[in-house]
Design a protein around this ligand. Structure first.
Ligand SMILES: Nc1nc2c(ncn2[C@@H]2O[C@H](COP(=O)(O)OP(=O)(O)OP(=O)(O)O)[C@@H](O)[C@H]2O)c(=O)[nH]1
Ligand SMILES: [Mg+2]
Ligand SMILES: [Zn+2]
Length: 321
């Protein structure tokens, strides 16, 4: 039988068995969920991965006499989002597979999302050209200064070509914009713990049973309320709720890949004097010129260098004026 992995807790996976009589594999088709384990060891492209099967994977399962199932095969992935727990870590962790769109939650406080985090996430989505929409959540909390920062950041990223919306899970601001962007799609929700991923999904569909966290008053940080990834049928598609991420360690990319995964830098690729320019100190570099002219944001360029140099440099971040 074929199925879709809709929840992963580490050793057990909930697999939605796809209706064999119907062509449709959308959320509306039958909700036959089988609790499954993995058979043996899977190795994906020879790399050590902590979790070989993830939400969004299409798998083949066999039924066991005790009513559970065994995952015996994984279909090739269209794409996936992968990270390391820290930049130094050697082990990578796949967050989700077969994603149509990523929503990256950004909050200025409770908790603070840094530009280094945003830019690293964007690079990993660019690897597969998965569209990203930045979701500036908790808009109800911000003072004037913070609202100005949201405005500045939204402009910065929209100028590059990323989508951005402003939301509040408390007031309902932006919920319809969110819904319209994910309609009929498999959407990944990512961001730090406590940014409101689960709260926004709950707001999209109040009938869902989702655990939303309490912000601990001492730390004003989330406490990892969501501990495993799960996908929920929402708006004719699926919303993938994932556990909050502290740090987005990038897997190893080549210098050419990193150069290509910043769209506004990629746009200058054949305008430098040298074809293999990595836009560092080379003479006749169109990118360095564009940074000087203000056509490329300095924060993005600094973060590009920081990724290129594998983090020896300080990462650029936003500040309140
Ligand atoms: N004021 C305000 N609070 C919000 C908003 N969205 C979420 N919260 C609160 O922030 C806290 C964390 O929300 P969650 O939805 O659990 O956050 P999460 O991103 O799912 O966190 P993890 O599951 O730990 O990754 C909860 O107390 C929410 O009520 C918002 O738009 N405004
Ligand atoms: Mg959550
Ligand atoms: Zn250059």
């Amino acid at each position: 039988m074929k199925g879709l992995v809709i929840k992963s807790t580490g050793s057990w996976y909930d697999v939605l068995i796809e209706d064999q009589d119907s062509q449709s594999t959308t959320a509306a088709s039958s909700r036959n969920i089988l609790s499954c384990r993995l058979r043996g060891q899977f190795r994906i492209h020879g790399i050590k991965i902590t979790n070989p099967v993830v939400v969004g994977d299409h798998v083949t399962v066999e039924c066991e006499p005790d009513g559970t199932g065994t995952i015996v095969d994984i279909e090739p992935r269209r794409n996936y989002i992968e990270r390391k727990s820290t930049n130094l870590s050697k082990i990578s962790h796949v967050i989700a597979a077969n994603v149509d769109i990523c929503f990256l939650l950004v909050t200025l406080r409770e908790p603070r999302t840094s530009l280094g985090f945003i830019d690293r996430f964007l690079v990993s989505a660019e690897g597969f050209r998965i569209p990203v929409c930045l979701v500036f959540n908790k808009m109800d909390l911000y003072n004037e200064q913070e609202l100005a920062v949201v405005e500045r950041l939204a402009q910065l990223y929209m100028h590059i070509g990323y989508d951005a919306i402003r939301t509040s899970a408390v007031t309902g601001l932006g919920i319809e914009e969110l819904r319209s962007r994910m309609e009929g799609k498999v959407a990944l929700f990512s961001g730090h713990s406590g940014t409101g991923k689960s709260a926004l999904i709950q707001k999209l569909d109040p009938t869902l049973q989702i655990r939303v966290g309490e912000i601990s008053k001492q730390h004003l940080k989330g406490r990892h309320t969501t501990t495993f990834a799960e996908m929920f049928p929402v708006a004719g598609g699926y919303m993938m709720d994932t556990p909050g991420i502290k740090e987005f360690g990038l897997i190893q990319y080549s210098k050419e890949e990193i150069r290509d995964y910043f769209p506004e830098i990629r746009a200058f690729n054949n305008q430098c004097r040298f074809d293999d320019c990595i836009h560092l100190h080379e003479p006749g570099c169109a990118v360095q010129q564009a940074v000087n002219d203000g056509r490329i944001a300095e924060s993005r360029y600094i973060n590009y260098l920081s990724i290129l140099m594998d983090d020896d440099m300080k990462v650029a971040d936003w500040q309140l004026e």
